[in-house]
Design a protein around this ligand. Structure first.
Ligand code: UDP
Ligand code: MG
Length: 315
């Protein structure tokens, strides 16, 4: 097989601290790969500025000016990790043979890319980067993340355990992925749907090279909710089940009340009344909220809004 043109896509949101280090490491890495004829000299590193408020874009433009290997994509405003990645993938799709996505903080070992490309050369269309351990994550992040993978599995969403968004896609896998037109995207759950030949490469996950996590708890919860509601209908079904159960209980209650009434055993009934009001009220609100979540998704899908708006592309 001839040497493939590799595009590495990196979403960057307020990454001024990490970017110079990341760029340095990727220069070394791609230099070595080009020298060893693993990738073609026309390979690129696409840095997508997801509407950063700091010096990120200035750094990207500077990198591009110094080395044509670095491409800069500036999005008009912050659209989030997934959409920023999507923007980079869309802009790279017709020029690359294969594409690797990785975070700007290099928590994922760049050396795993050698393994990715080997698997690609052996015919894999999708190569998942899988973390061997989560030692460097906090206890909280580790347990919540693992709980999330388990939950997703139970909800019938096929996901690769401990795989984040560090992966290689061949051109045809990339094109297949880009043909998904949904607005509510959860890439980790979508890529396994593609099929094709897949492979996994394990690596140690490290610390962020610099800067702080751009995923505070609030964003993590939103991300998990997005994952669940955009890929699974099961929660709605569970709510239905819960409702049916409540109705059944209600029926039993009605019989009991009736019997008590006939036997003249009725009391003020404050306790049972209060309990059912709160219990049922809570359940109803929960059910409504969940249904609202899906209705909201349908609303967003019908709008067919663009996933990102391009402001500038340095290539
Ligand atoms: N990111 C982004 N837009 C956002 C938030 C994050 O493009 O709104 C990027 C960020 O720059 C990084 C990647 O998404 O390259 C993952 O973020 P981070 O490393 O902070 O997440 P964590 O590893 O803590 O889950
Ligand atoms: Mg990170």
């Amino acid at each position: 097989m001839n040497t493939p043109k590799l595009f590495i896509v990196i979403p960057c949101y307020n990454e001024q601290e990490a970017l110079p280090i990341t760029a340095g490491r990727l220069t070394e890495l791609t230099d070595d790969m080009i020298r060893r004829e693993i990738i073609a000299p026309e390979s690129r590193v696409v840095l997508v500025d997801d509407g950063s408020k700091d010096e990120t874009w200035r750094i990207i433009a500077e990198l591009h000016g110094r080395d044509a290997r670095f491409e800069g994509v500036k999005l008009a405003h912050n659209v989030g990790h997934m959409n920023a990645l999507w923007a980079g993938m869309t802009l790279a799709a017709d020029r690359c043979d294969c594409l690797i996505s990785i975070d700007a903080d290099l928590q994922d070992d760049v050396n795993a890319m050698y393994g990715f490309l080997e698997a690609y050369q052996r015919g894999a269309d999708v190569v998942f980067g899988v973390r061997s351990s989560r030692k460097t994550d906090t206890w909280f992040k580790r347990t919540t993340a693992q709980g999330f993978y388990k939950l997703m599995g139970k909800l019938g969403v096929e996901m690769v355990y401990n795989h984040a968004d560090y992966r290689l896609l061949s051109k045809r896998a990339l094109e297949a992925l880009l043909s998904f037109s949904e607005v509510n995207m959860f890439l980790r759950g979508m890529v396994p749907m593609l099929g094709f030949r897949t492979a996994e490469v394990t690596y140690e996950r490290g610390e962020r090279v610099a800067g702080e996590s751009k995923y505070p708890l609030k964003k993590m919860i939103a991300f998990a909710m997005e994952g669940i509601t955009s890929l699974s209908n099961k929660p709605i079904r569970y709510v239905l089940l819960l409702g049916a159960l409540c109705a059944l209980l209600g029926l039993a209650m009605a019989i009991y009340v009736l019997v008590a009434f006939i036997q003249h055993r009725t009391v003020a009934g404050w306790a049972s009344m209060m309990m059912s009001i709160w219990l049922l009220g809570g359940l109803q609100l929960m059910a409504l909220g969940l249904i609202g979540e899906y209705v909201g998704k349908i609303y967003m899908e019908t709008k067919r809004r663009p996933k990102f708006i391009l402001e500038e592309h340095l290539k």
